[in-house]
Ligand binder design. Structure first.
Ligand code: NAD
Ligand code: LMR
Length: 338
């Protein structure tokens, strides 16, 4: 009989594999929700030595799901084993923030991790590996990772702001009483932090097949500039306050959205938000990992250009850029002083 999964498996590494995001993520990846129902997969699962017992339990559950696409599972605490020949690398592992902390408070602990993993990625991964950094502070961790993996093309490094993007869509959909699939082209600019700029100036809503600007449909400038923006900026903290743990189910779903769009491309006339290494577009410092509106075709990510911005929007972008420059400088200082 013909085996429809006999194609060559891709190798996907998940770091922080014993943690809570991975616990939601692994099933979706293994189930074919990201790379398709025909693409077989070898899962590389990295975590730290003290939790190898826990990781072994996760491996038992992967076995027990009996997923036909999963050809092999490699649990490990070795960076060499984890990154060897990988096609896709999802950097989830890091120290998560607790109530009352800003994401940048995690910088010193996490810079060490991303320096070491960047060096290993550079040595052992495929040169066309697609990288997504999720662990916080996601943009700056991605900056450090890329810095220590100079042989991998700059366009292969991304960080996750899709959760913020999805949160923005959901807030608008709820306000307009429509499905979130009716909302298109919101943008998250800048840092995955409370300075991020959730921008709805280009967003549209489709009501009975008719596309309207979200601004015209909501007709409440004050709400859009204040409550909406701060709700999206502070949503991660609100989830932590409620759950006493950082978001995991929604983060895993956003990772899947991000990677699926990179793999298959974005839809016609629809863009998504991704943290990428800036080429200087919109006056942002070249090299910073900055969230932009992007379109993706054949695996190539391109920034949506020529969007108009008023002074308020420019100020919002300036503020998040400033924070990223400071984080980057602190992170570089921390890596050099080791
Ligand atoms: P968690 O604490 O449940 O899991 C993290 C795992 O990473 C743990 O198992 C830990 O042992 C592991 N880890 C720590 N250091 C490691 C290392 N050097 N190598 C490999 N693994 C290591 O946390 P979580 O809830 O799964 O969250 C993971 C990260 O994702 C956190 O930094 C969190 O703040 C971040 N996060 C980001 C977003 C986003 O939108 N970008 C959303 C949610 C959470
Ligand atoms: C989130 O946005 O939910 C995560 O980044 C977790 C956090 O620290 O807010």
């Amino acid at each position: 009989s013909k085996d429809c999964h006999s194609n060559k498996p891709i190798r996907v590494v998940i770091t922080g594999a014993a943690g809570q995001i991975a616990y939601s993520l692994i099933h979706q990846i293994g189930n074919g929700d990201v790379f398709g129902k025909e693409q077989s997969i070898i899962l590389h699962l990295l975590d730290i030595t003290p939790v190898m017992g826990v990781l072994n339990g996760v491996v038992m559950e992967i076995q027990d799901m009996s997923l036909p696409l999963v050809k092999d599972v490699i649990p490990t605490d070795s960076e060499e084993v984890a990154f060897k020949d990988v096609d896709v690398a999802l950097f989830v592992g890091a120290m998560p923030r607790k109530e009352g902390m800003e994401r940048k408070d995690l910088l010193s602990a996490n810079v060490k991790i991303f320096k070491s993993q960047g060096t290993a990625l550079d040595k052992f991964a495929k040169k066309n590996v697609k990288v997504v950094v999720v662990g916080n502070p996601a943009n700056t961790n991605c900056y450090i990772l890329a810095h220590y993996a100079p042989s991998i093309p700059r366009e292969n490094f991304t960080c996750l702001t899709r959760l913020d993007h999805n949160r923005a869509k959901a807030q608008l959909a709820s306000r307009l009483k429509v499905s979130s699939s009716a909302i298109k082209n919101v943008i998250i600019w800048g840092n995955h932090s409370s300075t991020q700029f959730p921008d709805v100036r280009s967003a549209t809503v489709s009501i009975n097949g008719q596309e309207t600007a979200v601004y015209d449909a909501i007709r409440d400038d004050q709400w859009l500039k204040n409550d909406f923006v701060s709700t999206v900026q502070k949503r991660g903290a609100a989830v932590i306050a409620a759950r006493k743990l950082s978001s995991a189910m929604s983060a895993a779903k956003a990772i899947c959205d991000h990677v699926r769009d990179w793999w298959y491309g974005t839809r016609e006339n629809e863009w998504v938000s991704m943290g990428i290494i800036s080429d200087g577009s919109y006056g942002i410092e070249k090299g910073l990992v900055f969230s932009y509106p992007v379109e993706i075709k054949n695996g190539q990510i391109s920034i949506v250009q020529d969007l108009q911005m008023d002074d308020w929007a420019k100020g919002m972008i300036e503020k998040t850029q400033k924070e990223l420059v400071e984080e980057k400088n602190d992170a570089l200082k921390a890596t050099n002083s080791e």
